[in-house]
Ligand binder design. Structure first.
Ligand code: PBG
Length: 327
């Protein structure tokens, strides 16, 4: 008898498609960014990120409440301080904006998982991610400051710290400070492969963290490079990172795939402000179906190999997953 190979009808109906899905999403793997503004009372919409808000200290718990209601149990905090100076000193103030926000959230929602972005650019008057020597960021003296920031977040009750500055050696410096400061169990999620990207534009407008001069190409990665991302990830892993990150997400799916294949550490991807704003703008112009584009974009990041995703769409995605619109 002649054996004829032919494709089975695995796409024939929804039930078999669900059975055969290679990528499965869960609200557990979504992280929602929360912006807290020390100078604000109440809630103010962020112009550069339609649908997102700045929260005052009095209302930061609203952000958490709304996330939990949507099924999102993890957040990452960004602070807008009242005071900026050359070294970003309010970033490690025990009563700084992020430190107070952590305490406020943890008092009401102890189970909400709080990650903090550790960087200086929102806190320095020049908007760079570290101390300056002339026009350049001075790597080594900056490490000590970042370590102080991370420790102050952990001591305020943060569950995890996420350094986004891209200084060399910061993971080791932060690990040492956490270990010596009584926070040995606080994990580090390292923004390891963070590219010097135009996709951060709406975030910088939202966080007031655009550099006053120059750009971040001296410390963030060149988008031309792939192997460099693997080196950055290997270094962060060797320094004690618990989770690696690739950022942005959509234009760097190749990097996500490669890091996922070469490192055994959990991998986070950050679908950044420009990715979100582009979908919002195209949808507002009536050019695309926002909901479907949101689902397909998130799915592609997980299919590329990410284990978790930071996204401004976290709540809408969690609902779409719960309703079975994506798997
Ligand atoms: C702080 C930081 C930035 C983002 C996250 N942490 C801005 C930057 O590096 O300029 C960008 C996030 C986004 O665009 O959504 N260094």
């Amino acid at each position: 008898m002649e054996l004829k190979q032919r494709p089975r009808r695995l796409r024939a109906n929804e039930a078999v498609r669900r059975l055969c899905r290679e990528t499965r999403l869960s609200p557990d793997s979504l992280i929602y960014p929360i912006f807290v503004d020390e100078t604000l009372q109440g809630i103010r919409p962020i112009e550069s990120l339609p649908g997102q808000n700045h929260y005052g200290m009095d209302s930061v718990c609203r952000a958490v409440e709304e996330s939990l209601a949507a099924g999102v149990t993890h957040g990452i905090l960004f602070g807008l301080p009242a005071h900026k100076d050359a070294c970003g000193s309010s970033a490690w103030d025990p009563d700084g904006v992020v430190q107070r926000a952590i305490r406020a959230i943890k008092a009401r929602y102890p189970d909400f998982y709080v990650i903090t972005d550790v960087c200086l650019c929102e806190y320095t008057d020049h908007g760079h991610c570290g101390l300056l020597r002339g026009q350049e960021v001075d790597n080594d003296p900056t490490l000590e400051l970042l370590a102080k920031v991370a420790l102050s977040h952990a001591q305020a009750g943060a569950d995890m710290v996420a350094p986004s500055d891209m200084m060399d050696g910061r993971v080791a410096a932060i690990r040492a400070a956490l270990d010596c400061g009584g926070c040995a169990n606080t994990p580090i999620m390292a923004y390891s492969a963070k590219y010097a990207s135009a996709f951060y534009g709406p975030f910088r407008a939202a966080a007031g963290s655009a550099p006053a001069f120059g750009d971040r190409r001296g410390y963030q990665m060149d988008p031309h490079n792939r192997r460099e991302a693997l080196r950055e990830c290997a270094l962060d892993a060797a320094e004690g990172a618990d989770i690696l990150m690739v950022k942005p997400a959509l234009s760097y799916l190749d990097i996500i795939r490669e890091v996922a294949d070469t490192s055994s550490l959990p991998l986070c991807a950050y679908s950044v402000s420009g990715e979100y704003a582009m979908i919002k703008a195209a949808a507002a112009a009536g050019l695309v179906d926002e909901h479907r584009i949101m689902c397909e974009s998130a799915l592609s990041v997980f299919r590329a190999g990410a284990d978790m995703l930071i996204t401004y769409y976290a709540r809408e995605l969690a609902r779409a997953i719960a309703e079975g619109e994506i798997g």
